[in-house]
Design a protein around this ligand. Structure first.
Ligand code: AP5
Length: 214
């Protein structure tokens, strides 16, 4: 099963993608996580990506397309994958389609997690991310057992640099300009499905399971 997660920054794409990956035993491929790992490791890609990410801008298509096309061609993706944060522009979507068509395959579901802007800023200021394993929590909605410590690996939790309110607003603007057109793109392709992302995390996941099947 090949799935694309769509939705505004903070809509819960990553949260749901991890649940899907666990349930259906497919890899979770997050371009945001890939960039953050590169930043942490001080790679050239990380240095380039950071300058865009800190401003709330998209990393240029040429830095992300080959990376994802190569990733989904790896052996662990043979039974499918869940793409989180890619594609984010029409050129990224067409590049992915072209690469998949060459292999005689295609995306099964473009899953849109729908959350209005007014909920987003509240969510983002409460998000905490693990510096080590990338798990995400929310100080009110999805708290950890011990404050500031990751339940999964015991490492420290941080507020992401790009989760400051002024950067979140910029990311929302970029989303509406460059990423939202993908909803129409995948709707025309006949593979768009939407879920109400304002519900409780596990209720959202139950709705997703109904779409994807047990
Ligand atoms: P990325 O990491 O992909 O960020 P994003 O799309 O902005 O998404 P987020 O990770 O911020 O949010 P999410 O929807 O995953 O929400 P989450 O589940 O964490 O990308 C970061 C940057 O990298 C981009 O800005 C860009 O610069 C660059 N980049 C990445 N991919 C790129 C690409 N393809 N092209 C160009 N540039 C690219 O949830 C948010 C919070 O809400 C959490 O605290 C969570 O616990 C909580 N929450 C989740 N679900 C619920 C719920 N149902 N109820 C209450 N709280 C909830």
């Amino acid at each position: 099963m090949k799935i694309i997660m769509l939705g505004a920054p903070g809509a819960g794409k990553g949260t749901q993608a991890k649940l899907i990956a666990d349930q259906y035993q497919i890899p979770h491929i997050s371009t945001g996580d890939i960039f953050r790992a590169n930043i942490k490791n001080g790679t050239e890609l990380g240095k380039k990506a950071k300058s865009y990410m800190d401003q709330g801008l998209l990393v240029p298509d040429e830095l992300v397309v080959d990376l994802v096309v190569d990733r989904v061609a790896q052996d662990d993706c043979v039974n499918g994958y869940v793409l989180d944060g890619f594609p984010r522009t029409i050129p990224q979507a067409t590049a992915l389609d072209e690469a998949l068509i060459k292999k005689g395959t295609g995306i099964d579901y473009a899953l849109n997690v729908d959350v209005p802007d007014e909920n987003i800023i509240r969510r983002m200021s409460g998000r905490r991310a693990c510096v080590n394993c990338g798990a995400t929590y929310h100080i009110v909605h999805i708290p950890t057992k011990v404050e500031g410590i990751c339940d999964r690996c015991g490492s420290e939790l941080i507020l992401r640099d790009d989760d400051k309110p002024e950067t979140v607003q910029k990311r929302l603007n970029v989303y509406h300009e460059q990423t939202q057109p993908l909803i129409d793109y995948y709707s025309k392709a006949g593979i768009l499905v939407s879920v109400d992302g304002t519900k409780d995390m596990m209720e959202v996941f139950a709705d997703i399971e109904k779409i994807l099947g047990e």
